[in-house]
Design a protein around this ligand. Structure first.
Ligand code: FDA
Length: 306
């Protein structure tokens, strides 16, 4: 992990910084990465994104809840998204984080909540993806995912794998045997060198390797990166290997590389925008700053423009 990314993530955990940014951050610039505070507002934004030919995955922000009530509220929020998608007719699926659904409180309780969400995804003929969080939660996340794939099938639920982890190649191989839908990302958390490649080049190389591996195993792959070098390299490879269009999509974050998102659509690729909303945007926002500290300048600039 680069020094600046580590520094931003450490600073973001500082209490004084947390309270200051939580109070003023949305005004200062979090709105660039967060579509809105309410679902209604956000559905209007999704309509505009869809109008540009992009698909969406909606994420009700929140993670690491500390009591059952909050986890049940978060579960309800995810269930509500499926209804809002159906009622509004927007083209979107849903992404969730297990710590938001009570993973740190009780694994079985979290599984019950995720089970309700997966059942709803199936009922609405839609799809839910479990985001991947930090490495201590990885195995339990895979276990919950596998339980639900066995119960509901692979059409309505997917998972995320992070290329910065040494173990991910084995995970992709194992999950490939179930032919499941994976989103491959580089990884956004602060991880020690015991579990994750410290050098960016290794993370990037592993990224390309994992995408190719999953696709060559005939499994649906969401190529989630803003890295243009990697995107171009994979575009050539997809053509060369004649990988069918219905086996993959590109994904990017709301507010990041907007022009590239639209360019890929113009070239005929399927592109989905990960669109977060809600009041609990602070941890998500700080990870976006950590990925690109230049974003902090953007935030400061929007502060002075007020
Ligand atoms: P990299 O960080 O190398 O950036 C490549 C280029 O992209 C940069 O040079 C810059 O131009 C641009 N860029 C990247 N990040 C930017 C930013 N924040 N602002 C502006 N420009 C930026 N992680 C995780 O651990 N678990 C998860 O479940 C997910 N889910 C997820 C979904 C989707 C759709 C995406 C796109 C990403 C995630 N991530 C994630 C985050 C992921 O792990 C990673 O941190 C970011 O995507 C940044 O890495 P890149 O692949 O874009 O490359």
């Amino acid at each position: 992990m680069s020094l600046s990314r580590k520094a931003v993530l450490t600073l973001a955990g500082n209490r004084a910084v947390t309270s200051l940014v939580s109070k003023y951050g949305m005004k200062w610039g979090a709105a660039r990465f967060v579509a809105g505070e309410t679902l209604d507002q956000t559905i209007e934004t999704v309509k505009k994104i869809n109008a540009d030919g992009l698909l969406v995955t909606l994420d009700h922000l929140g993670e690491s809840v500390s009591n059952r009530e909050e986890a049940l509220e978060a579960t309800q929020a995810a269930l509500d998204i499926f209804d809002a998608i159906e009622e509004s007719g927007v083209i979107s699926n849903v992404s969730v984080k297990l710590t938001q659904l009570g993973l740190d409180i009780d694994k079985d309780f979290c599984l019950e909540n995720m089970d309700r969400i997966t059942a709803k995804a199936k009922e609405k003929n839609n799809f839910v993806r479990i985001d991947m969080e930090d490495s201590p939660r990885l195995q339990v996340t895979i276990d919950i995912f596998n339980t639900l794939v066995d119960k509901y099938g692979k059409e309505h639920i997917g998972l995320v794998i992070q290329s910065y982890l040494y173990r991910s190649e084995n995970d992709v191989l194992a999950l490939g045997k179930k032919n499941v839908n994976l989103r491959i990302v580089k990884g956004a958390y602060k991880e020690p060198a015991e579990v994750a490649f410290p050098n960016k080049k290794d993370v990037d190389d592993n990224y390309v390797k994992l995408v190719k591996l999953h696709l060559q195993n005939g499994c649906y792959t969401a190529i989630a990166t803003h890295d243009e070098t990697i995107i171009n390299l994979l575009k050539d490879w997809l053509k060369e290997k004649q990988i069918p269009d219905n086996l993959y999509e590109f994904q990017m974050l709301y507010g990041v590389r907007n022009e590239l998102q639209r360019q890929l659509v113009r070239e005929g690729y399927k592109v989905r925008v990960y669109t977060p909303y809600g009041k609990d945007w602070y941890p998500y926002f700080t990870r976006r700053i950590a990925e690109r500290p230049a974003n902090a300048l953007f935030v400061l600039k929007s502060f002075f423009q007020k």
